[in-house]
Design a protein around this ligand. Sequence first.
Ligand SMILES: C[S@@+](CC[C@H](N)C(=O)[O-])C[C@H]1O[C@@H](n2cnc3c(N)ncnc32)[C@H](O)[C@@H]1O
Length: 208
Amino acid sequence: MSSKQFFNEVAGEWDAMRANFYSEQVREKAFDRAGVRAGQLAADLGAGTGFVTEGLLRRGLRVVAIDQSEAMLAEMKTKFAAVSGRLDCRKGEAAELPLADQAVEHVFANMYLHHVDDPARAVAEMTRVLKPGGRLTITDVFEHPFEFLKTEHHDRWLGFRREALEEWLRAAGLSEVCVDDLGEECRVRSAAGGETALMNIFVASGRK
Ligand SMILES: C[S@@+](CC[C@H](N)C(=O)[O-])C[C@H]1O[C@@H](n2cnc3c(N)ncnc32)[C@H](O)[C@@H]1O
């Protein structure tokens, strides 16, 4: 099964699954780090059913939500039908985002980078769509040893090292590059056995 098939299958359950994995503080801390303001335009990449999108809409931003999974996007469209004037849902792939150059003031990507084939290329693509002065804010997990996440959750990478993240953001042309521990955890229990993965979440940010 591909990652796309996996997310199409779990779309209806994703909100409940996500609530067990990490808290809403993840997105709130990311927004504070990015300095979001009402009226700005943000992209939510690997948007899923709209965890980050929901928070951005609440803070008064306009959002382009992008995901490879039609089923995840369908869930999101139903959930946010009332604010559809500020939300644009697009099907798209990490390596070739369906956005013009310099289109948005913010890019957010929560728990997305560890699913993409080529993280360095994905970061360069995120940077392409940012306006000059725009901010990239990635939240994901630091490197960890929990192999079961590859088979049970279709993770492509077992998290990331700080040095690799800094290198990818700098290589993409971002300044003010900073990778910090967000002070939040991601907790996933294996369906196969008793193992529980407990992972520290980072926030990686930079300015174009
Ligand atoms: C772990 S979920 C996170 C969803 C959401 N950001 C959240 O925090 O709830 C990862 C999402 O990234 C999407 N995704 C994975 N690989 C992708 C790719 N190469 N291009 C676009 N979307 C991708 C999946 O379909 C899924 O919805």
